[in-house]
Design a protein around this ligand. Structure first.
Ligand code: NI
Length: 135
């Protein structure tokens, strides 16, 4: 293992409380160790594969449309993937929150890449990609 690196993270306070409660139940001695394990798992199980199987499915995400530039970013990303997006539905959940469901068809790896880009856009609270083989 290489040398330890210290880094700062900004995170939602309520989410951090839930995380701390979870890692206490899992008997972690330190938050650093718990986060390190999560990172190892994420690196080992990258959500973006090289599988080119034709797939259909959907990407859903929840976001706050007031976040600066968020809607523009989400639209830009979707235009970059216009060839695999069949349709999208936007639902206004409450004053702040939007739910967007994007129907997709294409190579699995490309859909995963789209889902990952959307999910990791700053301001997106939840994002999930659900795929099925297109047969
Ligand atoms: Ni909305």
């Amino acid at each position: 293992m290489s040398k330890l690196t210290r880094f700062g993270v900004s995170i939602d306070g309520e989410l951090l409380k839930k995380f701390d409660s979870l890692i206490r139940r899992q008997k972690y001695q330190t938050r650093s160790k718990a986060i390190e394990d999560l990172i190892i798992e994420a690196v080992d199980n990258s959500p973006v594969s090289t599988d080119n199987t034709m797939s259909v499915g959907y990407i859903d995400m929840i976001y706050d449309h007031h976040k600066r530039q968020l809607l523009n970013k989400i639209t830009d990303i979707q235009h970059d993937f216009h060839d695999i997006i069949l349709s999208s539905q936007h639902v206004h959940i409450d004053h702040n929150t939007c739910l967007e469901i994007i129907a997709v068809k294409g190579e699995k790896s490309k859909i995963e890449q789209l889902g990952h880009l959307l999910k990791t856009t700053k301001g997106v609270k939840h994002g999930k990609t659900r795929l099925f083989p297109a047969k």
